[in-house]
Design a protein around this ligand. Structure first.
Ligand SMILES: [Zn+2]
Length: 165
């Protein structure tokens, strides 16, 4: 299923080393009836400290910027290696039209520039990229998702990029 909204790249093309859609964490996770389907996530490989832009205008609904840890294994980390609640590292979540949300993960420690409840414009710089959480190398993990109707988890959508579809 594709996004209804059209998005712009969250990283300026001049900073992108590679774009990767296949990654160990881009799969379906099921636990206690909660299904998190990350199969349509996109990784933008770029140096730490690269400006991250809102891929579409919207309202910031969640932020975290206090994670310093990194786990770079291929297999999912154990709770001792990295607690599950820290796997995304630092992140921003933005709510858009049509029930779609975008998430930007593994941001630099204290690298978030926006606050919950803040309205952001398309292309506005919201954070700096990093390598926090479960991350094999410095990159931005980007995904657009919708919550499941029963509220238990979410599924990512295939992103329609502005100018490419
Ligand atoms: Zn990713």
């Amino acid at each position: 299923m594709k996004t209804k909204n059209l998005y712009v790249y969250p990283i300026d093309k001049k900073y992108i080393k590679r774009i990767v859609t296949k990654a160990p964490a881009h799969k379906v996770f099921k636990k206690n009836g909660v299904i998190e389907d990350l199969t349509n996530a996109v990784d933008f490989i770029c140096d730490e400290g690269t400006p991250v832009m809102a891929a579409l205008e919207g309202v910031v609904v969640a932020v975290r910027d206090d994670v310093m840890e990194n786990y770079d294994g291929i297999e999912p980390p154990t709770e001792e290696e990295l607690p599950e609640e820290k796997q995304d590292g630092n992140y921003v979540v933005i709510r858009h039209a049509n029930g779609e949300f975008s998430q930007y993960s593994h941001l630099r420690y204290k690298g978030v520039l926006v606050k919950k409840g803040q309205h952001v414009s398309t292309g506005e710089i919201i954070a700096y990229s990093g390598n926090t959480g479960w991350s094999l190398e410095p990159h931005l993990h980007f995904m657009v998702f919708k919550f499941r109707k029963n509220g238990k988890g979410f599924r990512t959508l295939k992103v329609r990029w502005k100018g490419e579809s």
